[in-house]
Write a protein that binds this ligand. Structure first.
Ligand SMILES: [Zn+2]
Ligand SMILES: [Zn+2]
Length: 336
């Protein structure tokens, strides 16, 4: 067992736009768990939302936050298989229980206890990885995968879940929204052989998408084209309502960008009934998609480097969030 300090620094969210670094005890791994020394934590849209609102249904505030991570295993709890102290790893933030009624039906993204024990608090020197994540959704990080890219396994798994719901097959797909998820969705769609049009209004984000290699990035939806499928990735109710207009008859609309729980949206009955335009939703991911995200990162991960628009030491995490809050940058790498 290596020597470790008893205390570490961890970023706490205290309320809307209020961040503080605190000294807290280094976590101890319980049965089946590991504790990582965090190398990189990535900022995420969910974290930004929580930062702005000062609350989140699954993340207690005041409290630590952050859930995209890569690091080295510092301590291994009893009964862990397949991982040793010193291993570089990357993983998702949740894992299914495999026993609830949803898990028994293979609907792991709806596992009843999915968020009961998850990875939270990665803006820290150390973080505990729960047994259910270690068992299913933790992977060894290949030496040639950049540390800043490895944490993308989590958002990429969400994007791949979206694709599994949409089931595109060499089709013309429109993705609306150039946030990190819109870009990851477009990237994954292109990888699977679809003809992708990505649309976003922010020129800098569009430039990032082009640097990643996306072939067709526009600042407006072309009005004279009808797509086989549309992916809504803005989380804007007006774009949700517009989306069916952009698909051909019999096409599918994937409503990917989340809206507040009480938000209402209106769709034309004619489009859904006579034109057979199908509305689909996608939430979170299953272990199958985490594995697929891992494999995609191993083969093509370095291409995604432009998504990481800057790096900050943990001590300057507040600055990273101020920038995100102003709409600057896509994702920042936080290094303890
Ligand atoms: Zn995330
Ligand atoms: Zn379950």
């Amino acid at each position: 067992m290596s020597t470790q300090p008893a205390l570490m620094r961890q970023a706490f969210l205290l309320g809307p736009r209020q961040l503080e670094l605190r000294e807290v005890p280094v976590p101890e791994p319980g049965p089946g768990e590991v504790v990582l020394r965090v190398e990189v934590a990535l900022t995420c849209g969910t974290d930004l939302k929580t930062y702005r609102r000062g609350h989140h249904p699954k993340i207690p505030v005041p409290g630590p936050f952050g859930h995209e991570y890569t690091g080295r295993i510092a301590r291994v709890g009893p009964g862990v298989q397949g991982f040793r102290e010193g291993d570089a790893v990357m993983g998702a933030n949740t894992g299914p229980c495999y026993t609830c009624t949803y898990c028994q039906r293979g609907l792991f993204q709806h596992c009843e206890s999915l968020f009961d024990d998850m990875v939270v608090g990665t803006y820290a020197e150390y973080v505990r990885i729960p047994a259910r994540v270690v068992r299913t959704n933790l992977f060894l990080r290949p030496p040639d995968l950049p540390e800043t890219v490895a944490p993308l396994i989590e958002p990429l798994a969400s994007a791949l879940h979206g694709l599994r719901v949409l089931r595109p097959w060499h089709e013309r797909v429109l993705v609306v929204g150039t946030g990190p998820l819109g870009i990851l969705l477009a990237f994954a769609l292109e990888q699977e052989g679809n003809e992708v049009t990505l649309v976003g209004r922010n020129p800098r984000r569009n430039e990032v998408a082009r640097r990643i290699g996306l072939r067709r990035v526009l600042d407006q939806v072309p009005e004279d084209e009808a797509f086989d499928a549309v992916v809504e990735a803005t989380g804007n109710p007006e774009v949700w309502e517009q989306s069916p207009r952009w698909v051909r008859k019999g096409g599918r609309v994937l409503l990917f960008g989340g809206l507040p729980a009480d938000q209402r949206v209106i769709f034309a009955a004619y489009a859904l009934h006579y034109e057979e335009k199908h509305l689909l939703g996608a939430f979170h991911f299953t272990p199958q998609e985490v594995k697929a995200a891992y494999e995609l990162l191993v083969t093509h991960g370095t291409r995604l480097q432009p998504l990481i628009t800057g790096e900050f030491p943990l001590g300057q995490i507040a600055e990273a969030f101020r920038r995100l809050d102003r709409g600057e940058g896509l994702k920042y790498a936080i290094r303890p």
